[in-house]
Design a protein around this ligand. Structure first.
Ligand SMILES: [Zn+2]
Length: 338
């Protein structure tokens, strides 16, 4: 399963779903604990390790010792995710992060991830579940750890703007992994062509701020980001993209441990690209069920032939250069460069 699709939005800001598709019960008790008297950042810890990503110290706590998968594999998994996010943002978004790895007996795969801002003495805290039967291959193919780390790179939002937090993480995560060399462009465009239509507005939709279904929250938000990226690049002759806007927001202090109005973040992003794309697009999609012409976008970007298989690229398409720029690794600048 590429993305959480349990059809239910949990009352938790960055609860990013369950990968144990048929094993909700194995995770559910912990969620109840999280909403009860014991917050997840106070759950018992058996052992800890600290790794460094750029200037950031990431404290990794394990719920249990002496169980699979081996700790060194889990550390490498987290390091790779941190590397992808560092490449995308030019540096790791927050100076300290704590990750609680909850090991789940009898399960395989990565389970629900949730990221909070400013709890337990850390600017960012992520709790994530890992089945004890999880393999190296599972860890190599995981998207959720990167997704959670992308959440650290945007100011916390009111519930009505939750689509922006999840849409951004959904859109930026695979791009970050391509830029870090962990995925191919063919893979992520194939996935986007397959998955993006899940964000289309359905009957009764009232725009992104008013329609809090799973599809609109994750993939409707991702459509917003995709369209913003393309529009920024069109408006700047492909010199700037959404990535520049997002870096500027982080550079201005807009990380998960802050609470900003969405309009403030979007304005900072617009200033960084010298456009009004983010603000304009938000105004067009916030209260209106705007349908994004995905078929037309794929054609313009030169993405073809996705019927059940991998896409292929047509470099003669009018915006093929935009498609290439989106996944091109940026220079390793430490500032947003504007
Ligand atoms: Zn998420």
């Amino acid at each position: 399963m590429k993305r959480p699709n349990n059809g239910v939005l949990v009352d938790r800001r960055d609860f990013c779903g369950l990968l144990f598709a048929s094993t909700v019960a194995s995770v559910l008790p912990l969620r109840i604990v999280a909403q009860g008297r014991t917050p997840p950042w106070r759950l018992p810890v058996a052992s800890s390790r600290t790794i460094r990503a750029d200037d950031t110290l990431i404290q990794i706590d394990f719920s249990e010792d002496g169980v699979d998968p081996p700790k060194n594999l889990l550390l490498q998994w987290i390091e790779r995710a941190a590397q992808a996010v560092s490449v995308y943002y030019g540096q790791f978004p927050v100076l300290r992060e704590r990750i609680l790895v909850v090991l789940v007996p009898g399960r395989r795969g990565i389970g629900g991830g949730t990221t909070w801002g400013g709890v337990g003495g850390f600017p960012a805290f992520t709790r994530i579940h890992v089945g004890q039967q999880t393999t190296q291959q599972d860890l190599d193919g995981d998207w959720m750890m990167t997704h959670e780390m992308v959440h650290t790179a945007f100011p916390s939002q009111q519930d009505e703007h939750h689509w922006m937090e999840e849409g951004l993480a959904t859109y930026a995560e695979p791009i970050a992994r391509v830029q870090a060399g962990f995925l191919t462009p063919t893979k992520i465009w194939t996935d986007m062509v397959r998955d993006m239509p899940q964000g289309d507005p359905r009957s009764g939709d009232q725009g992104l701020d008013q329609t809090h279904t799973w599809g609109r929250t994750y993939w409707g938000g991702a459509q917003f980001c995709l369209l913003a990226d393309i529009n920024i690049r069109k408006a700047t002759q492909n010199r700037k993209g959404l990535q520049d806007a997002l870096r500027a927001i982080v550079y201005a202090g807009g990380t998960i441990d802050t609470q900003w109005p969405l309009t403030k973040a979007l304005q900072i992003g617009d200033t960084a690209t010298g456009t009004t794309v983010l603000t304009d697009l938000y105004n067009a999609m916030r209260d209106t069920p705007k349908t994004v012409d995905l078929t037309g976008l794929w054609k313009d970007l030169g993405i073809e032939g996705h019927e059940g298989g991998e896409v292929s690229f047509n470099d003669a398409a009018p915006f093929a250069s935009i498609r290439k720029a989106i996944t091109q690794a940026p220079e390793a600048a430490k500032s947003p460069g504007y």
